[in-house]
Design a protein around this ligand. Structure first.
Ligand code: GLN
Length: 519
């Protein structure tokens, strides 16, 4: 029988619930337990595909093409696995299923209610997920904060689950420290009381704070929350997110987990994991990489790119110092902000804002021979820049942004009929066939690789010959789609896919590793 762990966030968002969930999963998975991780998000969107990165951070894409919350990226990066879309249960999915069932007549004669219909559906979903994945332990992160309307029916469902199965609730909380050394536990006490009033009794509390939890604060939290002191864990700021499993291990979290869940005590070693962290923290070499994007006020918008760079840095012993550069600033004030960078990345994106700035940054990288990585939109703009400045087609553009005589980037043919926006892009893992002798081949050392995609546009096949004749290298294709390009005489890799999405802490993506090692 699977055991369940439910991670609930209290007080406020942004405490790192995803990182905690991923760390707990890793702590168990490292000991050979079969861990199935899933997340509930209360919003009514069916998935994350139509959300704005400004509000919600990056949209993460799974191999099967599901567009999910960026926490799934954290799970995959920690666990080194590729998850499936059913790991994500959203309010939108729950209610779409319930209403579809009602229309079909599945509830004939009944009024459809939150309890039992919605809660039963959720419980059933969780059990099936655990069973399908053959889980020893199923870990569920509840999105949002306790007390929100959005996740209330989900919390009720897991309360009921705890009456029927072995469920361990973990409360993530926040400890403010207005004056240094004075940690305040009152919000935690009240949040714990709120949880208990909902019938949820956490046996572990993880306290997010700037610093280590003081003994006094730990004592208070334990006393007011009816738990033992050793069940209160400190979750201070760490330099690298991958340190959290180690921070929790050092406090003996596994002993507590194993005694509450009644699972076998197993030894573990973290030597390689630790080595990677130390490589990153003590790296003597530092490289400055500029990401020229448009979501510059939200770091989360490009989180997978950051992490992919850190993964490679941790393997190579290079510290990536990442600068987020506003494409609109480059557009208005020119390329001066790019001087001194060791490498430039043009990330994926949608919409016209900042496009000309990105194109200028590409031209700057190409003409100054600064290593360049163009990801999805970034690759498309590499082609636009090449067409404008090498082929001399000054009006060359993507039809996503403009009608032009030289539409070098155009809609994928299968996209022409599509009117709905949700889940209709070319999504998920597709192969690319890599040409030997290219930089891309040098990176992967393989002819066929699978990477994840999320796009509607492609390099217009009509122009491929002319682009190639003018010197652009088409380094990978798949069924007539240009999957990757590069320059002949300077380091640049452009990919239609998003290689950053498949990078793992213990297994960095080859393109990023190659890029970072070339700087
Ligand atoms: N907007 C471009 C397209 O739809 C690029 C998408 C992306 O960068 N993910 O093809």
């Amino acid at each position: 029988m699977p055991k369940y762990i439910v991670v609930l966030g209290t007080i406020m968002s942004g405490l790192g619930k995803g990182i905690l969930t991923a760390s707990l999963s890793k702590i168990l998975a490292k000991r050979g337990f079969n861990v199935a991780v899933m997340k509930f998000d209360g919003y009514l969107n069916y998935d994350c595909g139509t959300m704005n990165p400004f509000r919600h951070g990056e949209v993460f894409v799974l191999e099967d093409g599901s567009e999910v919350d960026m926490d799934f990226g954290t799970y995959e990066r920690f666990l080194g696995v590729n998850l499936k879309g059913d790991a994500s249960l959203t309010g939108g999915k729950v209610f779409k299923t319930i209403i579809d069932k009602e229309r079909k007549g599945d509830y004939l004669g009944l009024d459809v209610q939150f309890i039992p219909h919605v809660t039963d559906y959720i419980k059933d979903y969780i059990r099936k997920y655990a069973e399908k994945n053959n889980a020893d332990v199923c870990i569920i992160e509840v999105g949002g904060t306790v007390g929100d309307i959005e996740n209330s029916y989900f919390i009720e469902a897991v309360r009921q689950l705890s009456l029927e199965e072995e469920v361990l609730f973990i409360q993530l909380t926040y400890i403010p420290e207005i004056y240094k050394g004075e940690q305040k536990t009152k919000p935690t006490q009240q949040a714990n009381r709120l949880l208990r009033s909902l019938g949820i009794f956490p046996k572990i509390i993880v306290a997010r704070a700037e610093n280590e939890l003081t003994d006094e604060a730990r004592k208070k939290i334990a006393l007011y929350s009816n738990i033992e002191e050793r069940n209160v864990f400190s979750d201070p700021n760490v330099g690298v997110i991958y340190e959290l499993p180690l921070v929790l291990e050092r406090q003996g979290i596994y002993d507590v987990l194993s005694s509450i869940l009644n699972i076998e005590r197993r030894e573990v070693e973290w030597i390689d994991w630790e080595r990677r962290i130390n490589n990153l923290k003590r790296a003597k070499t530092e490289r400055t990489i500029g990401i020229v994007g448009k979501y510059v006020n939200v770091k989360d918008a490009y989180v997978s790119i950051y992490e992919a760079l850190y993964h490679s840095g941790a393997e190579l012993g290079i510290k990536p110092s990442i600068k987020l550069i506003d494409a609109e600033l480059v557009e208005r004030q020119g390329v001066d902000v790019l001087r001194g960078l060791d490498g430039i990345i043009i990330p994926g994106g949608f919409g016209k804002r900042g496009i000309e700035g990105k194109i200028k940054a590409i031209e700057f990288a190409r003409t100054n021979k600064i290593p360049l990585l163009g990801l999805c939109l970034g690759m498309q703009l590499m082609v636009v820049e090449f067409a404008r400045n090498i082929l001399g087609w000054k009006d060359a553009h993507s039809t996503e942004f403009e009608k032009t005589e030289h539409p070098v980037i155009d809609l994928l043919p299968e996209q022409r009929q599509i009117a709905y926006k949700g889940g209709t892009m070319r999504l998920g893992a597709y192969p690319m066939h890599i040409k030997e002798g290219t930089r891309l081949y040098e990176a992967y050392k393989k002819e066929v690789v699978y990477e994840r995609h999320r796009h509607r546009y492609e390099v217009n096949p009509r122009y491929v010959d002319e682009l190639e004749k003018a010197g652009l290298v088409i380094s990978a294709t798949y069924k007539g789609i240009v999957e990757a390009v590069e320059y002949k005489d300077s380091f640049a890799i452009g990919t239609q896919c998003h290689p950053e999405l498949s990078s793992k802490f213990e297994n960095p993506n080859p393109i990023f590793r190659y890029f970072l090692s070339s700087l």
